[in-house]
Design a protein around this ligand. Structure first.
Ligand code: PMP
Length: 434
């Protein structure tokens, strides 16, 4: 297919022609030539279990995605300045999954772009600029999106904190200021927004809004205590701001019980952002919002994205949502999630370095700790790389990179989840023995 296919040659080519801050996962990088459902195949045809990538939401190389994309490319692939029924069909399908007050869709090309647009909508609607956001969040790679992504702007070499941004502690009730033994922890975490709003106001900023990954992922696969988001939203709205739910990682059925993360919280956002899985690999980002906010944004300046909402994108996006329904993938996420969590909890009983097992559906985290309870970054890296040796791909997250992240395509089956637990078990034995 491709020459050369030797990994070493491709690596050398990368080093020669790509920026150094393009990272590679695993000490021994993986080269992937084929995918099928939740399976991947390297240059030797060796299989890997993809237990990490949320982009192939309905599975790698899904024949229905291939068929609609090929069909549309044969016909026409144009933009939103021309009418095509695929655009409205995609919008109708997506809005059918959301509460009634979401009536307007914007189609762009990535999660980053959707968040960048969310910032513009919030500013247009409120006339203000100030944003409140949890620490360690990630919303994208452009200048605006980076400014609300503490995970990036706080790093050495990062752009630093903009004066229109204020951070609040992540609602991590395992390691944060308020723990699971405190029944009022949701409210206590939410109350931290008061001082953030006040700090913005003291700097002369109005409140444009609040943005959060509904379940913080790069912050460490955190499930905020129930009721946290509605309490924060109340405060933001009282200060005049709008509430943005970044559902790039949590939306579209991954959580099993819920189609979107905000449903778990009993929260009602004003803007919902989607990306990654909604195109199953085709670049696609979507923002949905209310009529009122869309009208504030409709101020005489045209909104246009050349590729956003292309005929191809709309047909692909709708097909992804249809496949989730037709194949019962949300329910599969629920069932396999329960099976995985049960297995991981068994490992927690067995090994002291497993400090916490958390998550919902196929959005899972396993926090590794040292004997003194501190973050076990090295153990996490060891396990992630040993899993890769066993050809199971998982990731790691968290401010100290000590949380194993399991986030497979929604097609994963019982025998795959059992294999994850079994191999993890054997690697944890190695850790314990060392
Ligand atoms: N928001 C969240 C929560 C994400 O995880 C990501 C991507 N990791 C983005 C936004 C940015 O999306 P993209 O890479 O498609 O621009």
């Amino acid at each position: 297919e491709y020459a050369p296919t030797r990994k070493e040659d491709v690596l050398a080519g990368r080093r020669a022609h790509f920026g150094g801050n393009l990272s590679l996962t695993y000490n021994d990088p993986v080269m992937l030539m084929r995918g099928w459902r939740h399976h991947l195949f390297d240059e030797w045809g060796r299989p890997y279990l993809d237990a990490y990538n949320n982009v192939p939401h309905v599975g790698h190389a899904h024949p229905r995605i291939h068929a609609v994309a090929a069909d549309q490319l044969k016909r026409v692939n144009s933009n939103t300045r021309y009418l095509h029924p695929a655009q409205t069909a995609f919008a109708d399908k997506l809005l059918s999954k959301l509460p009634d007050h979401f009536e307007v869709c914007f189609f762009v090309n990535s999660g980053t772009e959707a968040n960048e647009l969310a910032l513009r909508l919030a500013r247009a609607h409120t006339g203000a600029k100030g944003m409140v956001t949890p620490d360690h969040g990630y919303h994208g790679n452009t200048t605006g999106a980076m400014s609300i992504s503490a995970y990036k702007f706080k790093k050495p070499g990062g752009i630093g904190q903009a004066d229109w941004v204020e951070l609040i502690e992540v609602a991590d009730d395992y390691r944060g200021s308020f723990r699971r033994d405190d029944p009022d922890r949701a409210q206590k975490f939410a109350d931290l927004a008061d001082s953030a709003i006040q700090r913005l106001q003291e700097k002369g900023h109005g409140i444009a809004g609040f943005i959060a990954e509904t379940f913080p992922s790069v912050g460490g696969q955190i499930i905020p205590p129930k009721g946290y988001l509605p309490a924060v939203y109340d405060k933001i709205r009282a200060a005049g701001g709008v509430c943005i739910a970044d559902e790039v990682q949590t939306g579209l059925g991954r959580l099993g019980e819920f189609y979107f993360g905000f449903e778990h919280q009993g929260a009602m956002p004003d803007i919902v952002v989607m990306g990654k899985p909604i195109g199953n690999g085709h670049p696609l980002g979507v923002l949905v919002t209310t009529k009122a906010i869309a009208e504030s944004f409709d101020n005489g300046i045209e909104f246009f994205s050349t590729f956003g909402g292309s005929t191809l994108s709309c047909r692909t996006g709708k097909e992804v949502l249809d496949i989730v329904d037709d194949e019962g993938l949300q329910d599969n996420a629920r069932r396999q999630g329960v099976r995985l969590i049960n297995g991981l909890k068994m490992l927690q009983q067995k090994y002291t370095c497993v400090g916490d097992v958390r998550g919902m559906g196929l959005f899972l985290g396993l926090e590794l700790v040292n004997a003194d309870g501190s973050e076990a970054t090295e153990i996490c890296s060891y396990i992630k790389n040993r899993m890769r040796d066993h050809r199971i791909l998982i990731g790691s997250e968290g401010p100290k990179d000590n949380i194993l992240k399991i986030r497979p395509p929604l097609t994963i089956e019982a025998e795959d989840t059992d294999m994850i637990v079994e191999i993890l078990d054997s690697i944890l034995q190695e850790v314990e023995a060392a």
